[in-house]
Design a protein around this ligand. Structure first.
Ligand SMILES: [Zn+2]
Length: 263
């Protein structure tokens, strides 16, 4: 059975409901025609030039991303700016784009549950205070406490990273909070929830000082590094859901290069 863009929008909005997105976010169908037939779906972290190129090569009809393809308001749709040039090119090639951002961070089985699972955390909860799984960030405990160096090695290995940045707080790692992407705004929430260790990305110098002052081990596993794992999970879940409902569309995962490289 063939599937239309609007059916994918419906399925995705069940998998990552828009009500879970932050107010400032821009989630949902970003580019495309609702009635377009879809044979190939390409899942990616970002709507980037390399992803759009792969979509064209793979004859994808829709790209499903985590980061919104359109975030700030657009007043012109031309090729004079690289972002709008990409949107224009997607529209020209009739490739739709759908994005699930902070709703995918928060939803059960989303970005942060994938991180918690990879790090083998147990008794996992949200850390926004209401103990539900529907809030940004997760907190859980390791089966055995370990020192920060061993834990950093674990983070590197499960996220397939060559390096992470560690701000040690001279205490063992046991209760770990995670927030994929850019999570330093939630350091205090993590601390209040009793985390001794926080794993996120986009840590600035003064953020690091703050964590050190609050005696929380901090690991910056990079924005991209903490969010890439959800893409495979999303593709698997989407493929399962489509086949269960009798749709024949193929779900593929884009190959995305590390944006920021250590030399
Ligand atoms: Zn992100």
């Amino acid at each position: 059975m063939f599937i239309l863009v609007k059916d994918i929008v419906k399925i995705m909005s069940e998998m990552a409901p828009a009500r879970l997105a932050e107010d400032w976010d821009n989630v949902g169908l970003q580019v495309g025609r609702c009635e377009k037939e879809v044979r190939v779906i390409l899942c990616a972290l970002d709507f980037s030039a390399e992803v759009l190129e792969q979509a064209a090569q793979l004859h994808a009809d829709i790209i499903v991303t985590h980061h919104p393809a359109i975030f700030h308001g657009i007043k012109k749709l031309t090729d004079l700016d690289w972002r709008t040039a990409l949107l224009l090119e997607a529209a020209r090639q009739d490739i739709a784009v759908f994005s699930a951002h902070t709703n995918l961070d928060s939803v059960a089985g989303g970005v942060n549950d994938v991180l918690a699972t990879l790090l083998e955390l147990e008794n996992v909860n949200g850390f926004s205070g209401d103990d539900t799984l529907e809030g940004i960030g997760r907190i859980g405990v390791l089966k055995q406490p370990m020192d920060i160096t061993a834990f950093a090695e674990k983070v590197k290995s499960v996220l397939k990273l060559n390096h992470v940045t560690v701000i040690p707080a001279d205490r063992p790692v046991h209760k770990v909070a995670v927030c994929g992407g850019s999570g330093m705004d939630f350091l205090d929430c993590a601390a209040e929830a009793g985390a001794d260790t926080y794993v996120t990305g986009d840590v600035k110098y003064h953020d690091a000082q703050d964590a050190k002052g609050k005696h929380i081990n901090l690991i910056d596993a990079t924005h991209q590094g903490t969010e890439l794992p959800v893409v495979n999970e999303l593709a698997d879940r989407l493929a399962l859901r489509l086949s269960r409902e009798g749709y024949t569309a193929k779900v593929l995962v884009a190959k995305e290069t590390k944006l920021m490289q250590i030399v």
